[in-house]
Design a protein around this ligand. Structure first.
Ligand SMILES: [Zn+2]
Length: 382
């Protein structure tokens, strides 16, 4: 067995209606002034003010920053950091999907150490502890509430930069299934397939360990049995809870095992064509699963059985069956079947491939890839 290490350096609360526990966590953090970082819809829906109310019960002063877009930019991080510093807040409550959570992590770094988020791009550039954060995800999910990553779009370079540091893992997370019950079906599908891909890519990653494999497998089991039901009806409580816990475990897994070619290749697609992260991943998944089949050591059969309603056995299973099963799942939940269907243009493929090669995920992918392989894979997914 290869040497491995892991840690879950945070406290996580899971359960319906647990959002009110934010006031207990504010006590534990022992800070007096929160900036809630969230998206415009959650502010409109009154969820941000609900959190504000709970915090005020704990005598915490509250400001709200809600100008976060999908695929958030370096400029948005600058604006949110300015809002944090001007408000005099001493901790952050990150409320929303991946975008507000990624911005909150970036603010927690820049507000403490200065400069711009681009100064911390790459692995382990954050000098030390960041501003304390409580993360409350409202989608299932990016797993951002437990990951060590912040992904921000730099429009000057049409590039999605990644900041990777274990200092970015929020101190506390609250996973309240009620909060994900209002998501539109399209968001439920995109975020759900993303969470599944976090589990799948970390499971077959070269950096997988017995610990991350356990997390990935449980995540695939929960997501596999509930993704269809959750997309069909978000108020399905059992399905919503499965998706939330599944995305949590997948997030823990990939924080330690990293991901693979799907994520390396999807970031440029989102950066150039503003395709939602989960949609870009879902489209690329069958192509990459087919490519990686050569490196499979028996894990494909397990993955197949997590997403299939009818189990398959070793003597009859072929890797191509997993590719077909994923295409079928994508069709069932409404993920488009090609990159051209979401507006990707052939002439950008070389530039996207160059950016994909800069991702650390390329080196975790079970089958090694040169730039010519990535170009071919983009063409296939068109
Ligand atoms: Zn993802």
């Amino acid at each position: 067995m290869k040497e491995f290490s892991f840690g879950i350096p945070q406290s996580v609360i899971v359960g319906k209606g647990t959002i009110e526990k934010v006031k207990d966590l504010a006590f534990k953090i022992d800070k007096k002034h929160a900036l809630i970082i969230t998206g415009p819809n959650l502010a409109k829906m009154g969820i941000a003010s609900k959190v504000e109310g709970f915090l005020k019960e704990a005598s915490v002063e509250v400001d709200i920053f809600s100008e976060i877009e999908a695929n958030p930019s370096v400029t948005t991080v600058d604006k949110a950091t300015k809002a944090f510093l001007e408000s005099g807040a001493d901790f952050i409550v990150a409320l929303g999907g991946g975008s507000p959570l990624d911005v909150a992590k970036a603010v927690a770094v820049v507000a403490k150490y200065g400069g711009k988020i681009t100064d911390y791009e790459g692995a382990h550039k954050v000098p030390g502890k960041v501003i304390p954060m409580i993360a409350i995800p409202t989608t299932a999910g990016t797993g951002s509430e437990v990951t060590a990553f912040s992904v921000i779009t730099d429009h000057e370079r049409d590039y999605k930069l990644t900041v990777f540091s274990y200092e970015l893992i929020p101190e506390y997370a609250i996973l309240d299934s009620e909060l994900i019950m209002t998501a539109p079906a399209s968001v439920a599908a995109a975020c759900g397939i993303d969470a599944f891909i976090h589990a799948e890519e970390s499971y077959i990653s070269r950096d997988a360990s017995p610990f991350t494999e356990a997390m990935s497998e449980k995540a695939m089991e929960l997501i596999g049995r509930s993704i269809r039901g959750y997309v069909a009806c978000r108020e399905n409580e059992q399905a919503a809870e499965d998706m939330l816990v599944g995305s949590l475990f997948a997030g823990i897994a990939f924080s330690w095992a990293r991901l693979g070619n799907v994520h390396a290749m999807s970031h440029p697609v989102s950066a150039y064509f503003d395709v939602p992260h989960g949609v870009a991943n879902g489209i690329l998944l069958p192509t990459i699963v087919e490519y990686n089949a050569l490196a499979d050591k028996g894990k494909y059969l397990k993955i197949y059985n997590y997403i299939s309603k009818i189990p398959e056995y070793e003597d009859t299973f072929e890797p191509g069956m997993l590719v077909e099963k994923i295409k079928e799942l994508n069709a069932e939940i409404g993920i488009p079947n090609s990159l051209s269907a979401v507006g990707v243009k052939e002439q950008y493929i070389e530039a996207m491939a160059e950016d994909a090669m800069k991702s650390g995920n390329i080196f975790a992918n079970p089958r090694s890839s040169k730039i010519s392989d990535i170009i071919e894979l983009y063409h296939k997914a068109m």
